[in-house]
Write a protein that binds this ligand. Structure first.
Ligand SMILES: CC(C)(COP(=O)(O)OP(=O)(O)OC[C@H]1O[C@@H](n2cnc3c(N)ncnc32)[C@H](O)[C@@H]1OP(=O)(O)O)[C@@H](O)C(=O)NCCC(=O)NCCS
Length: 168
């Protein structure tokens, strides 16, 4: 497996990867998806993206959420990211390799002091993976995420704030 940044030459492999990422990735099973969920982050953001590649196919990606200009300089020291691994490639260290590479890139970059990821409370896989990569759970916004269930009914999930300080 190779971990590297996405380039324009990856466009065909990238399209195949995006098509294989399930719409419900990151959502609790049984969630009635919102149309906004179907416009995945991959279509919304330009990156940068780190890719995990095996024999020319992309099997996982981590991307940095672009800074929100409304927040001014106050969050310039923070990188927020999302990570996805194709279902058939999970539990093989792909996400860990991507996140470790992102952390290393952030350390070399120099101006980054902190990495953050907001996860849903049900998503123990990503929380465990991030803890394994050195992140800590810094807090929870309780019942911050409303979930309409596929049958009927509504539930409220926590948003879990995972962070890693790399500053001095
Ligand atoms: C969460 C996700 C990125 C993990 O990717 P992955 O490549 O399978 O993770 P890794 O193989 O690096 O796992 C590292 C460790 O995390 C934990 N972990 C990962 N998946 C787990 C699971 N399903 N259940 C319990 N622990 C899990 C384990 O401790 C694992 O180490 P181990 O396999 O030696 O036990 C992947 O399941 C995924 O893409 N999910 C859908 C998208 C998503 O939820 N993204 C996060 C949105 S915030």
């Amino acid at each position: 497996m190779t971990v590297r940044f996405k380039t324009p030459a990856d466009r065909h492999a990238w399209r195949r990867f995006v098509a294989l990422v399930p719409d419900e990735a990151g959502h609790r099973p049984g969630t009635q998806l919102d149309p906004a969920d179907l416009t995945t982050d991959y279509h919304r953001y330009d990156g940068p993206y780190l890719l995990a590649e095996v024999e020319g196919e992309i099997v996982g990606a981590v991307f940095v959420v672009p800074p929100d200009p409304v927040l001014g300089y106050h969050r310039d020291h923070v990188i927020e990211f999302h990570v996805d691994v194709l279902p058939g490639w999970r539990r093989q260290g792909v996400a860990t390799a991507l996140v470790e590479n992102l952390v290393e890139w952030a350390r070399v970059k120099g101006d980054v002091r902190k990495l953050e990821a907001a996860c849903l409370g049900w998503n123990e896989p990503v929380i465990a993976m991030l803890k394994g990569a050195g992140f800590t759970e810094e807090g929870r916004s309780e019942r911050s995420w409303m979930v309409r269930l596929e049958g009927s009914g509504t539930e409220y999930d926590d948003v879990v704030h995972m962070g890693l300080w790399i500053g001095k």
